[in-house]
Design a protein around this ligand. Structure first.
Ligand SMILES: [Zn+2]
Length: 272
């Protein structure tokens, strides 16, 4: 168990497992040098964004949390990572698509009032949100770096949409989709060493993949399997574990890393 209780979750929208393993050389270097552990994650169904955001942050399947589709626009009703962190007196932050503001701060999203928030009474206390699917990843990662330096949050969500946009625009079997993974990896290579030095546990995963038909939502391996890279400061990584875990294990893992009690609603085991 790491002595540090701070966590950064990099949730790369539309990052499928093979795109990460084949295209993300810095993250795979951390795996190869046993500074990170790599798992294959079986995503929940349906393989859609908003339902998976909620499954990842509550550790519950769609039928329990009720965010059945992308068009269910309301706040989360389930115990979730942001809520538990705030209730424990911790600081939360996110650089993310506005659907996260809907789920954990306020719904429906107001493009002007909700765009930048610094409010200890919110579940996402320091929020920086965007509404355009082609919002540049380089800007998103810079915002994440700023949130770390300025607010030193105990929990930070970093949510770039570049993979999802490239996959839905060009398809997954394209240079555009593959190159986006490598570019995200380069952005992370400029941030992860600093974050490790600052004592952060770092998780990198996806909400779903994308297929050659430029879509997702079904059940095939290319939309269902996403990676989980886990870096724990001061704790040796396991390299490529070859293990397949459930997406529902991510929320209890974050709770455990943060020293938070795991709520009864999170029934899947932590991976740490
Ligand atoms: Zn998505």
């Amino acid at each position: 168990m790491s002595s540090s209780q701070k966590v950064i979750l990099v949730l790369s929208d539309g990052l499928r497992y093979d795109a990460a393993v084949n295209g993300m050389g810095f993250l795979m270097h951390l795996v190869e040098r046993k500074l990170a552990s790599l798992y294959n994650v079986t995503g929940e169904l349906p393989t859609l964004s908003r339902p998976m955001y909620e499954s990842i942050h509550t550790g519950t399947p769609v039928i329990e949390h009720g965010i059945y589709s992308n068009s269910v626009v309301r706040r989360s009703k389930m115990p979730n990572v942001f809520q538990f962190a705030v209730e424990a007196g911790k600081t939360t932050a996110a650089a993310a698509y506005y659907w996260f503001s809907d789920l954990y701060n306020r719904a429906p999203y107001d493009r002007i009032d909700d765009r930048e928030v610094d409010d200890a009474n919110l579940l996402i206390q320091h929020g920086r949100f965007y509404t355009q699917d082609d919002y540049p990843d380089v800007e998103l990662f810079a915002t994440a770096g700023m949130l770390v330096r300025r607010y030193n949050p105990d929990y930070l969500l970093v949510h770039p949409s570049g993979m999802d946009w490239a996959g839905e625009t060009f398809g997954s079997d394209t240079p555009e989709y593959r190159k986006t993974a490598t570019r995200q990896d380069s952005h992370l290579a400029n941030l992860i060493p600093e974050w490790m030095e600052r004592g952060y546990n770092i998780l990198v995963t996806g909400d779903h993949g994308v297929n050659a038909d430029k879509t997702h939502g079904g059940t095939t391996p290319e939309v269902r399997y996403v990676p989980l890279f886990l870096v724990q400061p001061g704790v040796p990584g396991k390299g490529n574990t070859g293990e397949t875990i459930s997406m529902l294990q991510i929320a209890p893992t974050i709770c455990k890393l943060m020293g938070l009690a795991i709520p009864e609603t999170m029934k899947a085991p932590s991976v740490v």
